[in-house]
Design a protein. Structure first.
Ligand code: ES4
Ligand code: ZN
Length: 326
């Protein structure tokens, strides 16, 4: 359709993408073989059957198994390059990607191996396709704040390549307030701050992310809609929300894509964006998220253009760089 053609030709930024969540089954098998690692799947078919999730935790349990095949700097390079090559086809011009260093350092992989592999691919993609990027280190919220501090310490000598910190993994029972001090320390280092909040967690977690973590951007934020005061604040502050429709569907945050609140968010004046989250696990890169959401909830041409513009407005590019993309 003409809306699909519009989606495909619009320049876009992706602001919510876990690099480890872009590990496609084919590359997982290749890296498992290359590194002599056992994985609990024999075929791509097995994998697709296993990717039938009932909750965020149900997904995370498999996500942490998948990333065990990532060992060498070349593995992190190949993972990152495969993602960038794929979204180049979707006319993505800028990415702000997450990585989960604790998922690797806790298995004995050096922090530098992870960062050097990722950044060599980010550099190559800028050279090859002009895709610009920012890199965001996420703390795993099911681990302690002390462990997050240790990770921030490891990042200290790579701050020329790390632009921000985020907060991801199991939300329920791990409120933003648990990470107040490490986010304050990251702010002092000049890092941008984002956090997953209100994906499964209550509106109170979003209030905490705003007030205690001083976030610059909100990842997901779906459950803000339960709290009118919060909606008013997010609109007033023009807080960018990185919404992930196919993720929401696959993690049972919504029952049907037709029930997705994205249109409501836009109509309430919220600065929502569309993102893919963990595309290898949730069945679609950014354009597929746009197309399926547009079809399911009837996004208009104007709304699609607004969502694409919001992706640049909500980025951590300089104002003049943002303007050049609008
Ligand atoms: C994640 Cl969808 C989602 N939520 C929280 N943490 C994550 N890590 C990777 N994907
Ligand atoms: Zn996420």
């Amino acid at each position: 359709s003409s809306l699909h053609a519009l989606i495909e030709r619009l320049p876009k930024a992706e602001l919510h993408l876990h690099l480890e969540g872009s590990l496609e089954p084919e590359l997982m098998f290749e890296l498992a073989r290359r590194n002599g690692i056992e994985i609990p799947f024999a075929t791509v078919e097995d994998i697709h059957k296993a990717y039938d999730f009932s909750s965020l935790q149900d997904f995370l349990d498999i996500y942490y198994v998948g990333m065990n095949v990532l060992i060498t700097q070349a593995d992190f390079h190949d993972l990152t390059m495969a993602y960038l090559a794929r979204v180049h086809e979707d006319n993505v011009r800028h990415v702000e990607v997450f990585f989960d260093p604790q998922g690797h350092t806790d298995r004995g992989i050096a922090f530098a191996t992870v960062v050097n592999g990722i950044t060599s691919a980010l550099d190559a993609a800028e050279e090859k396709w002009g895709i610009t990027s920012k890199l965001i280190l996420c703390f795993l919220r099911h681990l302690s704040e002390e462990a997050a501090f240790e990770t921030l310490e490891m990042a200290a000598e790579h701050l020329d390549r790390i632009d921000g910190v985020g907060l991801d993994s199991s939300e329920l029972g791990h409120p933003p307030s648990k990470f107040r001090q490490v986010f304050a320390a990251a702010g002092t280092l000049g890092l941008m701050r984002v956090a997953h909040a209100g994906e499964e967690g209550p509106p109170e977690y979003i209030h905490e992310a705003l007030d205690m973590l001083e976030i610059d951007r909100l990842d997901h934020g779906n459950r803000a809609l339960e709290d009118g005061t919060l909606v008013a604040r997010l609109g007033r502050e023009q807080m960018t929300m990185t919404v992930c429709p196919l993720s929401n569907l696959r993690l049972c945050v919504i029952d049907r894509l037709e029930d997705h609140p994205l249109k409501t968010m836009l109509s309430l004046g919220l600065r929502a964006t569309i993102n893919s989250d963990d595309p290898a696990y949730f069945g679609g890169y950014i354009n597929e998220n746009f197309r399926r959401t547009a079809d399911a909830i009837g996004l208009t041409e104007a709304e699609i253009i607004e969502l694409a513009k919001n992706s640049f407005r909500g980025s951590f590019l300089e104002p003049a760089e943002i303007e050049a993309h609008l």
